[in-house]
Design a protein around this ligand. Structure first.
Ligand code: CS2
Length: 485
């Protein structure tokens, strides 16, 4: 810290609390960019509130990959510190150093140390950002997928490697030792993220000890939450630019828009920091916020990303400066979402939509379409299934949802309309799904696991629209297809 204090440019805000006096009552799985600019930033704000020094964070990495290992080494090197630079729509940037993460454990090197930590009475909250696909949810039934190879391996092992395996091992020890359980707080973009986390933790525990599973279900709280802040990927060029401005040698700087929102149910069985004093909204009607955010913001991101990439764009704000795309999103939001979504009392959805589109257009944020396109197999159903269902149920035109699936399928070839290649990142697709999505019969794609639960092959209105869109994209190109939406 002393070195960073000396080197930081004068405009960089440094932690205004004594890091040495902070104790960690929070353990967090999945220290990615989003967590670092969102929950960790709120918690850093909390540490500035007098009397809140207990709520530091122990970060936990679970992915066994060279990149994750390098991240762990970087956090060790820089004592868990990192910078966050925030960009306002007018381009103004503010930078600060986040000091809330006071330790970082890399599970692949020492899973037992993680379980020991989680089993200790100090830990009161275990928070999660595991991504939409990280909860072992069976995409067809929506239930916990106990047959997943990672879960099967964990259940049989004495040193579990998944977040759920480690959490349950720790809870078992806490229960045996008479230590009260912690709260599990999901910070992922999921419908009912707390309920989904409960399903995964209880579902995992049921595999090893049904009595423990019942205890967890009865004793633990799993608040639902709605999380929102755009956090682009940090390329080496962004890292160098940010570090040149801050003066700091940060191997892992993070960037974000200025907008930030966190709505959480106030159900913390083992205490919580004073989140309400730092802008977090503690309310019970989280599901309404989450429906609005997922079906407006994240769904628009998905609908934008695939056709915009195929048309040659790579950055979100460039696509938003191309009038075809804001037009597509406005039509989708007005015709397909607004008539069928209920927001929380007092939230003007028209204003919410305009703010969202304005956020997408922020050139200073420079968000990447390929970041958004990644893991469509998990994210498209998460953010579009409900809208598609409601359109079909109400006999409304599913053309834009059909266009999304046709564009997604076409994007899996990894080459845009100009012949430029791009990376396709689809960790959730298995070989059979890849065959269905990449085969010659476009209808096969509807049977791939991510979309199967919708049974779209039984919906003539959807099939007609979808086949028309597949042909239009292939024969006439994205521009003509967009005009049909
Ligand atoms: C994005 C989200 O990953 C995605 O597809 O839609 O990361 C989005 O930027 C955040 O949810 C904004 O809160």
């Amino acid at each position: 810290m002393a070195e960073w204090r000396e080197r930081a440019a004068p405009h960089v805000r440094l932690p205004g609390y004594e890091r040495g006096a902070v104790t960690p009552k929070i353990a967090h799985f999945g220290v990615g960019n989003f967590f670092r600019v969102h929950a960790a930033r709120y918690l850093d704000d909390c540490l500035h509130v007098p009397g809140q020094t207990d709520w530091g964070i122990i970060g936990i990495g679970v992915l066994d990959s060279p990149q994750s290992r390098a991240k762990a080494a970087a956090y060790a090197d820089q004592d868990g510190l990192y910078t966050v630079t925030e960009y306002a729509p007018d381009g103004a940037a503010t930078a600060r150093v986040i000091g809330a993460m006071i330790d970082y454990l890399y599970a692949p090197d020492d899973p037992a140390a993680v379980v020991d930590t989680l089993a200790g009475p100090n830990i009161r909250i275990v928070s999660l950002t595991l991504t939409e696909g990280g909860y072992f949810q069976d995409q067809t039934t929506g239930t916990f997928d106990a047959a997943h190879p990672d879960i099967r391996a964990d259940v049989q092992s004495t040193a579990p490697r998944t977040a759920f395996g480690m959490i349950v091992a720790a809870l078992r020890r806490r229960r045996a030792g008479g230590v009260a359980p912690f709260t599990v707080l999901s910070c992922d973009n999921l419908r009912g993220n707390g309920d989904t986390a409960r399903q995964a933790v209880v579902g995992y525990a049921a595999q090893i000890d049904p009595e423990l599973a019942r205890w967890i279900d009865a004793e633990l709280s799993f608040p639902n939450s709605m999380v929102d802040r755009i956090a682009p990927s940090v390329t080496p060029a962004i890292r160098d630019r940010v570090n040149a401005a801050t003066g700091l040698p940060d191997a892992l700087p993070a960037i974000a828009e200025t907008f930030s929102q966190w709505v959480v149910q106030d159900r913390f069985s083992a205490g919580r920091p004073r989140l309400d004093e730092v802008g977090v909204e503690l309310r019970d009607d989280v599901a309404l916020f989450e429906a609005v955010k997922g079906r407006i913001l994240n769904a628009s991101h998905m609908l934008l990303a695939y056709p915009a990439i195929l048309a040659g764009h790579r950055l979100v704000h460039d696509a938003m400066a191309d009038p075809r795309f804001p037009l597509l999103l406005r039509r989708f939001l007005q015709l397909d979402v607004l008539p069928f979504v209920q927001g929380p009392a007092g939230l003007a959805l028209g204003t919410y939509i305009e703010n969202t589109l304005e956020r997408f257009g922020n050139p200073a944020v420079g968000d990447q379409l390929l970041r958004i396109a990644a893991d469509g197999a998990s994210k498209i159903p998460t953010f579009h299934a409900r809208t598609t269902e409601l359109l079909l149920h109400n006999g409304a035109d599913p053309i834009r949802e059909a266009f999304l699936l046709a564009a997604y399928r076409r994007s899996l070839r990894g080459v845009d309309e100009h012949g430029q290649r791009f990376d396709v990142t689809e960790p959730a697709l298995n070989a059979a799904d890849r065959d269905l999505l990449g085969g010659t019969d476009p209808l096969d794609a509807l049977k791939a696991t991510p979309f199967a639960a919708l049974r779209l092959w039984e919906q003539p209105a959807f099939i007609d629209a979808y086949l028309a869109m597949v042909d239009s994209i292939d024969d006439e190109g994205i521009d003509a297809a967009l005009r049909r939406t």
